[in-house]
Design a protein around this ligand. Structure first.
Ligand code: AMP
Length: 566
């Protein structure tokens, strides 16, 4: 199929504000694609070139793409640069300079989806000293086969700035509509997506085998599974209501969640909560897995913690220094870590996610040989809220963040924030009522001491129903000088000219951002608010830290409603 058809679809999607219309447009289009085409279109709609756990990077700087545009169009670099200043989007510049004249003398072969994808993958493989030129050459040849509207999207794909407002769940719904019947029938697609977060692959299975093919998709070693998440309560007593009887109470570590995959071949891969491959950052853990996990293959989960000299846990920020590409060996000794294992999803090719937690813990105990950097999470079975409180306080004394209360007979619910796990953190037990993970959607220029930078941020909660980010508070407190200095670095890459269409706010910010950056804040009280799009406002919000979370994993409108207006 010609890429032109996809470009026209993208034009339509971009103009469409209603979620239902987006789904209908997408599902109608996906239905008629071949098995190979459908996966490519799904990836491109999501602004990617592969599944979310595969880091396929094109590595283009805006400057390089603008130069390529000048080469492909014959328009001078100076003119291209000045158009960029006026239009502010390289895609729009491409559309303008490469609007194909109707009377080309030599007919140009049009670009197919297959050729575009093959070209992009080729670009991602280019490395070495002349890589910038070699990548540009491929891009110029692709642009040479495009008309204006196609160029707009090829350039946005190259720069990673395709923002069609399509989230993974929109694709899940659209696939259900296209291949099963309606959005309501999405359970099977959703289940498959949680154990196999590769919507391109799921789409091609649906295309080739229909819904029956989905049941064969299970957790596989080497491919990450969406991680199970914990619910929260505002009062310790609520735990008893949600989970009557005996429960497992486990230390809540403030580190980095990791899913460890040990393959039959002996290869070990570590995935973060965002499903990024973080194996190279932890050679010490890879070595420990090889010697301390007594099974030929498995998927286990735990939390990586940085340890101080006295063996007490160090702050999450210290651990994050391990997020590096260079001098890893130095950091292995500078910041020693320990892996606290708490769950198992697969052992020796058998998927055990559907088994009760007590059973999974037995498997885990049987395969883990504690020692070195490998330990089992500390836990106890109890059935009394006072006992839980005492245990919680002893965990705080040990330097941990709190506890996670787990249902003994609960299964591992991939990608689900359910009542089988409930978190209880120290922030909840203090004077301030709660912490929230909010998404930065805008900023206000600073005054006085903060002049020249940002003075406050506009933050939102996520409404999973409408898939929109709704304003919730203006955040100025708790932003230390160090945080303020770093704000531009963290936020400016996401700056957009207008309020994005998946953002709603009655409060007008000076600057808008695509909803990507998540930060943890505390607050004293939730009140009703006519000016915030969420309908609620948080009083006395205070910045705590940036979070390595997806925006769609932030605190939801439903959670805010459940916490209630005080
Ligand atoms: P939160 O990030 O506040 O939603 O809390 C959930 C996170 O706590 C999980 O994603 C894990 O990274 C972390 N965690 C720490 N200790 C445990 C534990 N024992 N069981 C499950 N999750 C844990």
């Amino acid at each position: 199929m010609e890429f032109m058809k996809v470009a026209l679809l993208f034009e339509e999607l971009e103009k469409t504000a209603s979620g239902n219309d987006l789904r209908d447009l997408l599902s109608a289009f996906l239905k008629d694609l071949s098995e190979e085409e459908i996966s490519v279109v799904v990836y491109l709609c999501l602004g990617r070139l592969g599944p979310e756990y595969d880091d396929i990077v094109l590595g283009f700087a805006e400057k390089t793409v603008l130069k390529a545009l000048s080469r492909a169009s014959g328009v001078s670099e100076k003119k291209v640069d000045s158009l960029m200043v006026t239009l502010g989007d390289a895609g729009l510049v491409a559309e303008q300079v490469l609007a194909r004249k109707l009377t080309t003398l030599v007919p140009v072969e049009s670009l197919t989806i297959h050729d575009l994808y093959a070209g992009l993958i080729k670009i991602s493989h280019v490395s070495g000293s002349r890589s910038v030129e070699a990548k540009s050459d491929i891009l110029v040849s692709l642009l040479g086969r495009c008309s204006g509207v196609e160029c707009k999207y090829v350039v946005r794909i190259a720069l990673g700035t395709i923002r069609l407002g399509i989230a993974e769940m929109t694709v899940v719904d659209s696939l259900a509509i296209a291949f099963i019947g309606s959005k309501k029938d999405k359970v099977d697609v959703e289940r498959a997506y949680m154990v196999c977060p590769d919507l391109g692959y799921i789409a091609s299975v649906l295309q080739s085998q229909g819904v029956g093919g989905l049941s064969k998709i299970t957790a596989t070693v080497g491919r990450p599974v969406k991680m199970m998440l914990a619910q929260r309560v505002t009062d310790l007593d609520q735990i008893e209501e949600k989970m009557p009887g005996s429960v497992l109470v486990e230390a809540k570590y403030d580190g980095e969640r990791v899913q460890v995959h040990k393959l039959d071949s002996g290869v070990v891969r570590l995935f973060s909560r965002q499903l990024q491959d973080i194996t190279l950052q932890f050679p010490d853990l890879v070595a420990a897995v090889s010697t301390h996990l007594k099974c030929s293959s498995c998927i286990v989960e735990g939390e990586i913690l940085a340890l101080g000299e006295n063996g007490r846990p160090l702050a999450f920020q210290t651990l994050m220094q391990r997020r590096r590409k260079n001098d890893i060996a130095d950091y292995v000794s500078k910041i020693p870590v320990v892996l606290k294992l708490f769950d198992v999803l697969l052992v020796d090719s058998v998927v055990v996610m559907g088994h009760q937690l007590v059973e999974r813990k037995k498997w885990l105990n049987a395969i883990v040989l504690p020692g070195g950097a490998m330990e089992l999470a500390t836990n106890m079975v109890m059935d009394d809220v006072y006992e839980i409180d005492t245990y919680f306080r002893s965990m705080l004394d040990a330097g941990y963040e709190g506890v996670i209360v787990k249902s003994l007979d609960g299964s591992y619910q991939a990608g689900h924030r359910g009542w089988n796990w409930i978190k209880w953190k120290k922030d909840y037990a203090g004077e301030l009522v709660d912490t929230f993970d909010v998404v930065v959607i805008g900023a206000f220029h600073g005054k006085g001491k903060r002049k020249g930078g940002y003075g406050a941020l506009l933050c939102a909660v996520y409404d999973s129903g409408s898939e929109k980010f709704l304003s919730f508070c203006k955040l100025g407190t708790g932003l230390t000088d160090t945080v303020l200095e770093g704000l531009n670095t963290v936020l400016d890459g996401n700056r957009v000219k207008e309020k994005p269409k998946n953002v709603e706010s009655g409060v007008i910010a000076d600057v808008w951002f695509s909803p990507i950056v998540v930060c943890e804040i505390s607050g004293a009280e939730i009140t009703r608010s006519p000016s915030h799009a969420s309908g609620f406002a948080l009083r006395f919000p205070r910045f705590l830290k940036f979070r390595e979370k997806k925006a769609t994993d932030a605190t939801t409108l439903v959670e805010v409603k459940e916490m209630g207006v005080k």
